[in-house]
Design a protein around this ligand. Structure first.
Ligand SMILES: Cc1cc2nc3c(=O)[nH]c(=O)nc-3n(C[C@H](O)[C@H](O)[C@H](O)COP(=O)(O)O)c2cc1C
Length: 480
């Protein structure tokens, strides 16, 4: 089961005793998100509904994605199983399957996933007379943040060249009651659409921003989907239902009918403004940079609207839970491209992209490097700063095993290498130039003669199974 809208999800959390309702007045300036963070740090991670945010007419809700159990409820299954479903859909039929049966199954699954345009969101919505972001409990999360930032938006754009839609989650700094920043990194879908708009010299580009939808559709904005998978279709496919969408009033875009708040407006590709600082996923502030500016023309609100928010920062925030769900979900798809991969660990301590450990079934010389370059060319894995490749006997999620392999299976001169001058994540502050830096590859697989290792590679210690059994049998008699 997945959820119709944010309200149904909040009700579900409440029934599960996984929601705390705070009636006390709480300040969206630093206090509100710190409460969300503390709840996670102490390990309870319940969702929190703030009935009375200071200075706002709208309540706020946070920690919506803060545990693995919540992620499974949102997806209706484990992330890995969802990944396997998507993989099955993209794969050619296996020999035991008829092409026709597979084709019909695919058509049913894909056709049943496309979003469905419906008339309107109905009478329970209000078009505000005046654009005023001041109505909402938009939070400032860290002391040196330049102002309040919208942190869980679904930013919807259309590629003017081919009409493809993109939905991405990009933070938005509030400049005034009707203007925000748009912090889409240059590699992301929204930035690509703006670039295409700019090249066509077609003037300002329509943008719609949804604040609050069903949690699966919210999650789909974060998922690193390839361009050919529309986020709304992805949401429909995972939920096995067609997402109902409505046409914008002042923008040539559609957005989910189940929105809480929608901001319709435009971005002029020729306009930028200083954005930041903002306390970021990395645990550091991302500093001032020029980013596009979003001008809001219209705000539409559902009755009893709720404003969703989150905090990002050091390690224990809910973006870690989302990141791990993404890792598990996309493993089967990564394996379709790089089939020797057994498992992958995008390490949360390394803010995911900064260190990726991958185990492979190695068959031929140079294969570890081949895997690294494949990953550096694969979607958002292009941001991986350090890739460590280990053999399949290493559990990539066990830090002890990984460090053991990293230190006992490398000769640094041959097995560690740097790729200069390539793509980096926009948030990679050590890079000397914004968006442009280097990569580190560590081949921690066992080496053989075919890779120029002329000595005998020693065996890994393993006890004789007969001895293991014998000791097990006499264990109770040993007085241990
Ligand atoms: C809470 C949160 C905030 C995020 N903020 C940004 C952001 O400001 N800029 C950005 O480019 N990506 C941000 N991301 C990551 C993107 O949402 C993610 O890379 C997504 O896949 C982008 O979608 P796209 O490939 O369709 O552009 C954020 C993710 C989360 C969970």
């Amino acid at each position: 089961m997945t959820f119709e809208d944010l309200h149904e999800y909040i009700e579900y959390l409440s029934k599960k005793n996984d929601l705390v309702v705070v009636n006390e007045q709480v300040d969206p300036d630093l206090e509100l998100t710190h409460i969300l963070s503390e709840e996670q740090r102490i390990g309870k991670s319940r969702s929190i509904f703030f009935r009375n945010p200071k200075g706002s007419v709208i309540p706020a809700v946070g920690n919506l994605f803060s545990t693995n159990a919540k992620m499974e409820a949102i997806l209706g299954d484990t992330p890995y199983n969802i990944g396997m479903r998507i993989k099955a859909l993209l794969q050619m039929p296996d020999p035991s399957e008829s092409i026709i049966t597979k084709g019909i199954g695919m058509l049913r699954e894909v056709g049943g996933a496309r979003p469905k345009i419906v008339g309107s969101a109905g009478s329970s919505v209000t078009e505000l007379d005046k654009v005023d972001l001041g109505r909402y409990p938009i939070c400032r999360t860290w002391p040196e943040d330049k102002g309040p930032f919208i942190t869980l938006p679904l930013v919807i754009t259309r590629n003017p060249e081919n009409g493809e839609r993109n939905v991405g989650m990009y933070r938005m700094q509030v400049y005034d009651s009707e203007t925000t920043g748009m912090h889409w990194h240059i590699h992301k879908g929204g930035a690509e659409h703006m670039n295409a708009s700019s090249e066509r010299k077609s003037g300002p580009m329509d943008v719609a921003v949804v604040l609050g939808s069903d949690p699966l559709t919210m999650f789909s904005a974060v998922a690193p989907l390839p361009d050919f998978i529309d986020e709304f279709s992805f949401s429909g496919m995972v939920a096995r239902r067609r997402l109902e969408i409505v046409k914008g009033k002042t923008v040539d875009l559609e957005y989910p009918k189940n929105y809480e708040i929608v901001l319709e407006g435009y971005i002029d590709p020729s306009e930028t403004r200083v954005e930041g600082p903002f306390g970021d996923h990395t645990g550091y502030y991302s500093l001032e940079e020029e980013f596009p500016v979003f001008h809001i023309r219209k705000i539409i609100e559902r009755k009893n609207a709720v404003y969703p928010t989150t905090i990002v920062g050091k390690l224990w925030q809910e973006d870690v839970i989302m990141g791990k769900a993404i890792e598990r979900m996309f493993l089967p798809l990564i394996q379709t491209q790089v089939p020797e991969i057994v498992d992958i660990n995008t390490m949360e301590e390394a803010v995911f992209h900064n260190m990726v450990v991958v185990s492979i079934r190695k068959r031929y010389p140079g294969q570890a490097k081949k895997v690294m370059f494949a990953l550096w060319g694969l979607g958002q894995l292009m941001f991986s700063k350090i890739i460590v490749v280990v053999d399949s006997d290493i559990n990539v999620h066990d830090r002890k095993q990984v460090i053991w392999a990293m230190t006992t299976r490398i000769d640094p001169q041959y097995d560690v290498f740097v790729v200069p001058g390539t793509v980096t994540d926009t948030l990679d502050h050590p890079a000397r130039i914004l968006n442009y830096g280097s990569k580190l590859g560590i081949d921690a697989t066992k080496k053989g003669i075919s890779e120029g290792y002329k000595r005998k590679w020693p065996d890994v210690l393993e006890m004789d199974p007969a001895v293991v059994e014998a000791v097990k049998a006499k264990w109770s008699k040993l007085g241990l």
